[in-house]
Ligand binder design. Sequence first.
Ligand SMILES: [Zn+2]
Length: 338
Amino acid sequence: MKYLYLPIISLLISAVVFAQKKPVTENVIIVTLDGMRWHEVFKGVDPALMNDSVFTRDKEEMKNNFWAETVEERRKKLFPFLWSTVETKGSLFGNRKYNNNVDNANPYWFSYPGYNEIFTGYPDTAVNSNDKILNKNENVLEFINKQKGFTGKVAAFSTWDVFPYILNAKRSGVYVNADVDSLHFNTPELKLINDMQFLTTRPIGVRPDVFTYFAAREYLKKYKPKVLYIAFDETDDFAHAGMYDQYLKSAHAEDAMIADLWKTVQSINQYKDKSTLIITCDHGRGDKIKANWQHHGEKIEDAHEIWMAVISPDVKPGGEQKEDIQLYQKQFACCFKK
Ligand SMILES: [Zn+2]
């Protein structure tokens, strides 16, 4: 069992490209929730933070939305898709209660180094800021985009406007639509989303995640990419702002968007039962010192703790993983250059 699921994450994409094991998977969809803690993914709303008026303005509303007696009920209220469809049809990694550990291998525990690690398969000490610097490292989306039959079939939609640099859209040729990059597509739906995204209040300084999602969904329906990446961002922004209630509301909404995405995918012939869905995050946040839930980075001792979830037609569903094991973020793409 120990090595059974390493191929899920490490070899899946190379399997798709090279058809090494004749996988059923023909499409890969990756979704990231920026700075989403494993604590809420596996334990639901944190009662200490919910009851702290510094972080939660309306405790009653949070209680009504997300509170329940048991951890299992609480996490399902917060992430109904993860704890129904993914739990029964896929696997969830990172519950440290069972020493099922997933961690950053990079030493920085913030966004750009985390996404670099996910998509290149290596932690790189030269990638150590969130500045808009074009990434020198080749990434797995770029690699796939170069393969015969995949060129122009790889797309990324992000809320954060640093992704064109992280994925080096200029060099990689991957279509990256970030923040309010115009959607130059000739469909009424994409035109409407394009108009709307310029007129929102931008509460986190970039377009809300829901616009990133709808742009990605309508693109998927129209252009049928083989690899689609969606990068949500609101959870990290609301956490930094110390707004625990908003952080949870965004997490809940993102879970619902992933549910809607999966429903869409399963309704289209190209994708139905031939798609692998991977959900993860770029870094963790603090918890040992409760107020550090807002923060991350190398000074926060537990901010390297992350999680992953996967549904794949090539992998036997395992539900919540309870095995004592150590996984790293870099394993997501580490074998793609083989
Ligand atoms: Zn952050």
